[in-house]
Structures are given as structure tokens and as C-alpha cells.
Design a binder for this molecule. Structure first.
Ligand code: DHB
Length: 310
């Protein structure tokens, strides 16, 4: 029997595939759709302290090779998502979930994390250090000093399972420096990668999205090699207790297989989920199982991280 089950921290998932934050996760209805699908879990839209409308539309655009977006953190506010995952958690038969969050300032992030700490929710939290689309707010994870300070303050009071969503890094020294910071903390996971920030897609003579003169985060096929490199770089550098979630360019079972080979314990689907809908989880799961069966792998632990070099 081939199984795609997996574990992150103390949480067990019957399937390693799930949505990437931002895709199909804005309302309870969308989250419930994912829950009812073959996905092993869902992550909520990144919640801020207060509800936000986000950037002006059009703010998301699909291309043949992926997508560009500058959503600007539209969300229904942390209480909306925290209440939903807490409600679901009360039934022990439900899947475990991920609550994504970040503040618009370090103070706001701490206010939100303290809310979660003081709540009944015992599940996983993904602290988003990599939103590229709020004008005037740089990505936290590209500022190593700010990242270390934020995590060190957060872990002074936060005792529940916490992981971080990272942007892609592009330099070996940055992999080393970032990993040295994350290894100081009891993180349960790191999620590699968020979109490649501030790309530009043009149609005829014009940009395709309105915010930031067309600049936006790139996802889909364009980013798979960068995503795989980040997954593998952190898999090699982080304490084995910090699991890797692989995100970026996943639309087939082969893509998911490659992320796991690079070290991912869970694999998220973003752009392709937007393009294909929640039925994609069944297709990718079946394709992944077929590859595993052909190679004689029964569980993802049989090949996770076993990427060969020349
Ligand atoms: C948004 C985009 C991101 O990549 C992210 O991590 C958080 C928010 C957004 O534009 O809404």
C-alpha cells in the first residue's frame, strides 16, 4: 500500500498535499472546500490584526507559465480565521490545520501571536515573514537582524507550535545566515518558498495588474527550480526537528515528488490550485502515488531528502 501520509511536529496528516497560503483560503467556505477534498490540511489566508481590503484590482493574473499577484494582504482579520480553526479543532476526527498570520509591524505581530497564545487553539501557526506586496513594508525575512529580533521576542512568550513562511533566497551565504538564525529557535517547520517578489508581466505594451505599477509576486512554473533549491538548502542546514514544507511550482505528482526528494515533509499547491480548483489534490496525489509505486517507495520517508548529486 502506497501512502502519502506525513508528520510535522506532533501533527499527523493523511496526505502531504495542501493549499499554499493565499489560494482558496479567504472564507470559511473556501477553507471547507479544501477540507472536504483529498488535501491533508489547509492553511488560512494570512490574517492581520484587523480586516483589510487589500490593493486595487486587477491584482492577480494567470499566465501560461504561472501567475503574478499583488493582493496586498486582503483578509478577514485574525479573529475570523482563529475562530474557525479553533472550532474545527474541537472535533478530534478533523484534520489538523495551519493558521497563517503576520502584523503590519513587529508590535502588531506580537499582539496577534499573544492572542493565539491566549486562545484555545493548540494547532500549527505559520508566521508569514515574506509578504512582498504591501507598499512601504519590506519583506521581514530579507532583513536578518529584524528576523532574529522578531523570533527571539516571539519565543519569549509563545509556547505553541510555530513555523515560518520564507521568501526565496538566491545566495549560498544567505542560506547559511538564514539557517543559522532559524536553528536558534524551537521552530516546528519552515515553509520554502513564497512567491519570487516584485516580478513584472507585460501583455502587449501594458502591465497586467494594477498595484505597484504592475510589480508583483511570481508563482507557478517560473519558480520551481528556485523553490527546490531553497527546500534542499534548508533541509541540509536545519536541525532535523525543523521540518520543511515545500511550496513553489507544484502542479503534478512529479513536482511534488521532487519537493519531497529535496527534503519536504509537506507540499503546498498555489498557482496550480488557483488555475485548476480543489480537484487538483486528487490528481496530484494519484500521480505521486503512481511514481512511488513504480519506484517501490511505500511512504514518503522512503525517499524524503534522498536527492542524489553527481
Ligand atoms: C500577500 C502575498 C504574499 O505572498 C503573502 O505572503 C502574503 C500576502 C498578498 O499580497 O496578499
Amino acid at each position: 500500500m502506497t501512502s502519502t501520509a506525513t508528520t510535522v511536529g506532533t501533527f499527523h496528516f493523511s496526505n502531504c498535499l495542501m493549499n499554499a497560503a493565499g489560494i482558496h483560503c479567504y472564507t470559511r467556505k473556501e477553507l471547507a472546500d479544501i477540507d472536504a477534498s483529498m488535501a491533508g490540511s489547509f492553511v488560512t489566508k494570512t490574517g492581520t490584526l484587523n480586516e483589510r481590503a487589500g490593493n486595487p484590482e486587477p491584482r492577480y493574473f494567470d499566465t501560461d507559465l504561472g501567475s503574478i499577484n499583488s493582493m496586498g494582504l486582503p483578509n478577514l482579520g485574525i479573529d475570523y480565521y482563529l475562530e474557525y480553526v479553533t472550532e474545527l479543532e474541537k472535533n478530534p476526527d478533523n484534520k489538523p490545520h495551519f493558521l497563517s498570520l503576520v502584523g503590519l509591524s513587529p508590535d502588531e505581530t506580537h499582539l496577534i501571536l499573544k492572542k493565539v497564545q491566549d486562545s484555545d487553539y493548540q494547532g500549527l501557526v505559520e508566521l508569514n515573514l515574506s509578504c512582498p506586496n504591501v507598499p512601504g513594508k519590506p519583506q521581514i525575512a530579507y532583513d536578518f537582524e529584524a528576523t532574529e529580533k522578531l523570533l527571539s521576542e516571539a519565543f519569549s512568550y509563545y509556547t505553541k507550535p510555530l513555523g515560518v513562511k520564507l521568501p526565496p533566497y538566491f545566495d549560498i551565504v544567505h542560506f547559511d545566515q538564514a539557517a543559522a538564525i532559524f536553528n536558534q529557535f524551537p521552530l516546528v517547520f519552515v515553509n520554502c518558498v513564497n512567491s519570487i517578489g516584485n516580478g513584472l508581466v507585460i501583455s502587449d505594451e501594458t502591465v497586467v495588474i494594477k498595484p505597484k505599477d504592475g510589480f508583483g509576486g511570481i508563482g507557478g512554473d517560473y519558480i520551481k527550480p528556485t523553490a527546490l533549491a531553497n527546500v534542499h538548502a534548508f533541509y541540509k542546514r536545519l536541525n532535523p526537528s525543523i521540518k520543511i514544507i515545500g511550496t513553489g511550482g507544484v502542479k503534478t505528482g512529479r513536482d511534488a515528488f521532487e519537493h519531497i526528494l529535496c527534503g519536504a515533509s509537506m507540499v503546498q499547491v498555489g498557482t496550480a490550485l488557483h488555475q485548476e480548483g480543489v480537484a487538483i489534490f486528487e490528481r496530484i496525489t494519484n500521480e505521486l502515488k503512481a511514481i512511488m509505486a513504480e519506484k517501490g517507495y511505500e511512504t514518503i520517508e522512503d525517499f524524503r531528502g534522498q536527492l542524489k548529486t553527481l
